[in-house]
Design a protein around this ligand. Structure first.
Ligand code: F6R
Length: 614
């Protein structure tokens, strides 16, 4: 949430900052702004809207200078407008600051600053920081890094900030607590800063992931220095970035979301690569090898996650219970952390997060870790905060997910959970050898089957045209398909703004059936498997009330074809693997409905990727 970029070095800052903001726009798009320092002073341009609006606002007027910062905002305090846009500037015009996070004690700090004569222009919590740093500089006579450090000693909350000062040209000071920041180290004194590595990769592959409580000083002349909040020097640990630049482009697709839906055969394959060994009938997850025994002996697994990742976690519950015979509880991270849950040292907590930065999931991890549980992470973003705070974990290897609506991350998470559950079941002996081998073969065949599902796109598009004006939609599924129904409903509502609900198919008769009328599309996952007949009965119940049924069925199905209004066929697979196939037409359906309704598919209203505030 909120994207931050910074540059200091020998090049013109503005083009670097603008292209960086475009890469980070998925983190928030309520307003955007840039500040550049030149020998003539500090130039600031900011406005409500997207980065393209900022470009239009700058309108070719040069912003020369080789030190600068940029911000794209997801509003927390204060509506999205020009004044609340970052950067915020001190009263004397010397300091400019950008911030991602929430300053929780901003109200008393603001009151105190006002009582000492500071005037606030915006409604943001952020503006407090710039006046506070300015105040310390005046009172203490300290330089910029020390003033930032002293200011942060007074601050409660989460932040990633970058500050520059007209009195210190050629320097950026950055600090982080619970919000991510990555530093890129280029050639000849060039330094980059960003909320994630995507704006940095085109300039350098050498990065330093900042840790909580660190303050970084990026200096054109003296290079990079890192201190902690207690002013102790730290040695920066430089890592090599592995992201490929093409992964950050649309590659000929109209939207990132569509590209990412189509990437799934590859991303699922990448999640299994080097882990699923068909020849030796084995699964090896290097990242959790040292914790395998503890997982095998676990009396209970807790899964914590949010949104789509929580839906993947629900699939994980079914998988671990079926194959490893371990009881599982799937928790919304945001609820888990506030209800004093019972956790003990034998518990395994699996934290799932695409971004690896979700504030609620991070807080749930800290809580469980504090009570002695073992934390296993499933993250997509390499080097992310969650990946670093967990005891062990496995990356999903889905590649950067830019579309705000999560697609390929979900299938990669489910793939990894499948590998984990099968591996633990195999080690534990709760799944027999023949079944294990058969499931490995089925899993190995999934990428090719997803390719086949993608061929239904034209048909899905045709169905989307019919239902694009619906006001409500119901998604039904049973067993492994229930989380898929939840995920399908979330996809539709978040990008097309149609109210949609996911339900266990059999629960429909306990309430939601009252909603069904001739207008209501009911999307049912009715593939062959343990509950097929029951779900067919549920479809009959919908049809008896004149509801419109769109059914996802197994190839060759004739029964549902005779009842439903539309059927979309997917290849046959094991029950446990159906989510990996059945979710794909639902992703395509929400995509096409949203496009037909003229919605901004990659950047839906009010949302942002990487939710770094509570
Ligand atoms: C929905 C979506 C969100 C995320 C949720 C958790 O399409 O993207 O619901 O799944 O914000 O994010 P991560 O997985 O980054 O922790």
């Amino acid at each position: 949430m909120c994207g931050i970029v910074g540059y200091v070095g020998g090049k013109e800052a503005y083009p670097i900052l603008i292209s960086g903001l475009k890469r980070l726009e998925y983190r928030g798009y309520d307003s955007a702004g840039i500040a550049v320092l030149s020998p003539d002073g500090l130039a600031v341009r900011k406005c409500k809207g997207r980065v393209s609006d900022l470009e239009a606002h700058v309108n070719g007027t040069p912003m020369p200078g080789t030190t600068g910062i940029g911000h794209t905002r997801w509003a927390t305090h204060g509506e999205p407008n020009d004044v609340n846009a970052h950067p915020h500037v001190s009263a004397n015009g010397d300091l400019a600051l950008i911030h991602n996070g929430i300053i929780e004690n901003y109200a008393p700090l603001k009151e105190e600053l006002i009582s000492r004569g500071y005037r606030f222009k915006s409604e943001t919590d952020t503006e407090v920081l710039v006046h506070l740093i300015d105040d310390i500089q005046r009172k203490e006579g300290t330089d910029l890094p020390e003033s930032v450090r002293l200011a942060l000693e007074n601050v409660v909350g989460a932040y990633a900030i970058v500050v520059m000062d007209r009195k210190h040209p050629g320097m950026l000071v950055a600090a982080r607590k619970s919000s991510p920041l990555v530093i890129g180290i280029g050639e000849e004194g060039d330094h980059y800063l960003a909320s994630d590595a995507t704006p940095i990769v085109e300039h350098t592959r050498n990065v330093v992931y900042m840790e909580d409580g660190e303050i970084a000083i990026l200096d054109k002349e003296h290079g990079l220095r890192i201190r902690n909040i207690k002013n102790q020097e730290k040695h920066p640990s430089i890592q090599a970035l592995e992201i490929q630049l093409e992964a950050l482009e649309k590659g000929g697709f109209e939207h990132f979301m569509l590209k990412e839906i189509y990437e799934q055969p590859r991303s699922i394959r990448d999640s299994m690569r080097g882990r699923l060994n068909l020849a030796q009938s084995d699964i090896v997850l290097g990242g959790i090898k040292d914790y395998e025994k503890r997982m095998v002996n676990a009396k209970r697994i807790l899964i914590v996650a949010c949104g789509t990742s929580w839906h993947a976690g629900m699939v994980g519950e079914y998988l671990f219970e079926e194959f490893a015979r371990i009881p599982v509880e799937v928790e919304y991270a945001s609820e888990f952390r506030y209800r004093n849950p019972v956790i003990n040292e034998e518990d395994i907590v699996i934290a799932i997060s695409q971004s690896g930065e979700t504030a609620d999931t991070l807080a749930a991890i800290e809580l469980a870790k504090g009570r002695g549980a073992t934390i296993i992470g499933i993250c997509n973003v390499v080097g992310s905060s969650i990946a670093r705070v967990t005891h062990a974990g496995s990356y999903t290897h889905a590649g950067p997910e830019i579309g705000v609506a999560s697609t390929k991350a979900f299938t990669a998470q489910v793939t990894l959970l499948t590998l984990m559950a099968l591996m633990i079941g195999h080690r534990k002996g709760t799944i027999n050898g023949a079944k294990f081998q058969q499931l490995l073969m089925e899993l190995d065949a999934i990428p090719a089957k997803v390719e086949r599902v993608l061929k239904t796109e034209a048909q899905v598009k045709y169905i989307s045209e019919i239902y694009k004006d619906a006001r409500n939609a119901l998604y039904l599924g049973r067993g492994y398909s229930f989380p898929v129904a939840l995920e399908g409903a979330l996809k539709l509502k978040e990008i097309s703004y149609i109210h949609a609900e996911g339900y266990p198919a059999a629960e429909m008769k306990h309430g939601p059936i009252a909603l069904i009328d001739e207008e209501m599309p009911v999307i049912v996952i009715a593939t062959q498997g343990a509950s097929y007949e029951k779900v067919v009965s549920n479809i009959q119940e919908v049809k008896a009330r004149k509801g419109k049924v769109i059914a996802i069925v197994t190839e060759g199905d004739t029964v549902v074809k005779g009842i439903a209004d539309h059927v979309i066929e997917i290849p046959d697979t094991a029950d446990a693997l159906v989510p990996l196939l059945a979710v794909v037409p639902l992703q395509l359906f929400s995509y096409h409905v949203a496009v037909m309704r003229g919605c901004n598919v990659d950047q839906p209203r009010n949302l942002a990727k990487s939710v770094t505030v509570e």
